[in-house]
Design a protein around this ligand. Sequence first.
Ligand SMILES: Cc1cc2nc3c(=O)[nH]c(=O)nc-3n(C[C@H](O)[C@H](O)[C@H](O)COP(=O)(O)OP(=O)(O)OC[C@H]3O[C@@H](n4cnc5c(N)ncnc54)[C@H](O)[C@@H]3O)c2cc1C
Length: 492
Amino acid sequence: MHEETTAGRREGVRGESFTLEDLPGAVTDPEICGAYAADASGLSRVPDAVVRPQSEDEVRELLRVCSARGIAVTPQGLRSSTTGASVPARGIVVSLERMARVLSIDPQRRVVVAEPGIVASEFKARVREAGLFYPVDPTSEAECTLGGTVACNASGSRTYRYGPTRGYVRALRVVLADGSVREVRRISSDKNSTGYAGLQNPVDIWIGSEGTLGVVTQVELDLLLLPPGVFGALAFFRDWRAAVGFVQAADASRRVSTASGKAGLRPRCLELFDHGSLDLVRPDAGGLRIPAAAGAAVFFEEEVSTEESLSAMERWYAAIEEAEGLADDTVVAQSEAEQAELKRLRHALPAGMNERGARAVSNGGRKVSTDFAVPLDKLPQMMEEAYTIVREIFGGFHVAYGHAGNGHPHFNLLAEDAAGLTKAREAARRMAERALDLGGTMAAEHGIGKVKSALYRRLYPVWLVEASLGIKRALDPQGILSPGNIFGEDEI
Ligand SMILES: Cc1cc2nc3c(=O)[nH]c(=O)nc-3n(C[C@H](O)[C@H](O)[C@H](O)COP(=O)(O)OP(=O)(O)OC[C@H]3O[C@@H](n4cnc5c(N)ncnc54)[C@H](O)[C@@H]3O)c2cc1C
């Protein structure tokens, strides 16, 4: 779109000469730019410049200039994307990290308005100080931004009970590619028959759009009341089959007790650790005992008052025994400190695999992770097939863990080198295909980014990709926003 001439001068789309230093707020220092090059996918490319605006007006001015000169812009939160979505395929980065204020909290209406760059865990703590609850809990909440969670429609362990980010977004302010601003608000009438379902609530277009349709500058969200209390536990099983059987039984119990009002299990999350996952986190377990006989575990939480927690725990112990779990080894976390310890262990899984993946990059390898999800009744079949695919096609180190209650385990394959990477990608493709065959999705929460764009184009119908590109072209005709994301125009 623009060509570099001499001494960093470039030619804009209208033939004018400029340097990146002319961009409002641009930093081109290679060391600083280098800090904005990589995300958790293992991909990286140093941006030509970084801009860190402090207001929506600054974002508008930047995009107005970039659009006039045809400069590509990739928005960034905290670069925790596992799909390369925040790595700039070309052009510059706009980091939202300096737009990080909570603008208002209305306790009566239970509504919050915040800027996109606030760290998600900090945002949740602020909401909690106001006596309210924001349930979306990506494992990465201490290392990602609110805007990033909107741009990826992030979810987490509690999505099992509370759903993903989308369900809480009331309105967004978004700066489009040409620097104009849209305020999009969810239509809240009970009925709505204005055209195509995917477009009836235009706010939905931006949620999960991975920076390709505009820069989110303000987020308005619904909040909930704080639960009366919570306990968490880690239950151990001999193998993943028994653990998944337990997850299905707990889910069935929740459905019956919710529908009938009768006592039963009411988990808010059901998270799996398979054999390899337990091995991986053993060194991080601290005082927490992982029994040698355990080949899998399930982390669950239930919201109950202190008075009710004993009877709730008794129901859980009965269910663990029924599923032939190692009931006596169950670790129960009642205090906030104990619960934080279990969450730390859960976080050690993706973090540990990301670290190993990053170390393999210099050898041409990286971590390849699946993000498929299937209906819960299909999970045992999907996992059986997935382990077979991984064994037969990849054959290297792998773990499976995560949101089993949503039929959404992450298989992480550690490709040590380029040959391993080819095999790992092929295995991931086969798993994604099977998930689609079984009525599921290939990307349940991490989005498509760059690493899954070829898979997306291959597995989804041409008409559907073209319809999505139609929206992209209508909002960003020059294609300057996050090139390479979702549609994969540019490989890094
Ligand atoms: C250890 C680990 C655990 C994780 N666990 C989970 C999990 O449990 N659930 C889950 O959903 N994800 C998880 N993730 C993935 C990741 O944390 C989420 O996708 C998160 O929402 C990304 O937020 P971020 O601020 O880091 O965004 P970035 O990685 O910086 O960007 C992600 C995408 O959002 C776009 N973007 C960012 N900010 C804006 C903005 N203001 N306007 C427009 N576009 C924007 C970027 O262009 C990019 O396309 C995990 C990642 C790691 C490393």
